[in-house]
Write a protein that binds this ligand. Sequence first.
Ligand code: HEC
Ligand code: HEC
Length: 368
Amino acid sequence: MSDDIRHPTRLPCGADDSIFKLGSLPIVSIDILLRWKMKVQKMTPAVLLVLMAGFGAASAALAADVAVLRAQATAVFGPLPEAMPGAAGDTSERRALGERLYFDPILSLDRSQSCNTCHRLDAGRGGVDNEATSLGVKGERGGRNAPTVLNAGFQIAQFWDGRAANLTEQAKGPVLNPVEMAMPDEAAVLARLAADAEYPAAFSAAFPNDDAALSYHNMAEAIAAFERTLRSDDRFDDFLGGDDTALTSAELQGLETFINTGCTACHNGPLFGGNSYQKLGLVEPYTASTDPGREALTGNPADRGFFKVPMLRNVALTAPYFHDGKVATLEEAITLMARHQLGRELAQDEIASIAAFLRSLSDTKRGL
Ligand code: HEC
Ligand code: HEC
């Protein structure tokens, strides 16, 4: 979005060694036990009777392994916190104003685009437009893929390169960005809102202590208040909460594969990312993109190709992938990640397994 938002954030924190170690803890027995359970299900009742005692013991062992996996997943990821940073001060008036602004094309030059045009929350969409790069009001496309607004406020910073410190600073960008909503300046935005029949009163109600309640900053603050309500619920958190039936055995295996492959070196914490900057092409150079990433922000050549590690909650809803949107499918993204970030070629069943798990991270209220 707006190149004029340049909020230097902290430099990349490198991959944490301790997480690498956690990521390679072997949990092989669950795999063996699940396969054994499948074989048992195909046996005749007589054979089953004979095996009953043994099967009972195996189920107990399986439950114990699920408990180990849950403990490990809790340590590496953990459930999404209930509230986003800053949400405590949000009033219902402020959230309602923000929601209205979010969906209102009044914020774009020809009144054709709202935030929801590129970050769709209607029709079960995952907070994105599912385009490689987004079309602005003037028919031009920016160079980057629109990330999801779901859970965005939990991240360390906003944008692929982290150039906005928080949701409020971020929301000031797209309205004035010439390849997005393309309003000429803040004054033009405020003039439009002031001429509206309802906005002036809504701003006063949302910001009762401000003399000039209708301001560009407060517009962004209200939108941020609405975005702080965009927290997703998924079956992975149900699993962490103790529900053994929340994830299928295929998804549990995928979780194990994700951890054992080492994806957790970067995709960790409750968002499975969103908490550090890392180099795309860390092990195997990634030559398909010339985007300088954080170098454009810090001016430091050592930051070339560094991007914020994207969150993987809701990732199944947000294709296409990578900062340039050039990667069409989840399976392709997983293959490229293993190759370029870890120097590994995954087998087809490993890729499918990780993809199955990542699909469990979708908001249960959404889906195309
Ligand atoms: C024309 C499409 C378009 C419109 C309209 C648009 N955005 Fe975006 N949005 C993008 C793109 C593309 C990016 C990524 C740009 C980058 O990182 O350089 C982005 C990034 C974001 C992010 C950062 C998410 C993250 O994980 O870093 C948030 C939050 C966001 N937009 C919210 C909004 C809000 C709020 C509005 C309305 C005021 C809005 N956007 C309007 C396309 C759009
Ligand atoms: C060394 C850090 C690192 C490791 C290890 C890593 N990733 Fe990533 N991942 C990233 C970064 C950085 C990006 C953003 C790439 C870009 O800018 O286009 C990313 C992007 C992704 C995306 C695309 C998300 C989107 O919204 O576009 C997926 C899916 C993904 N990673 C899954 C995985 C999986 C699965 C593994 C393990 C096989 C893995 N990653 C290992 C750092 C890492």
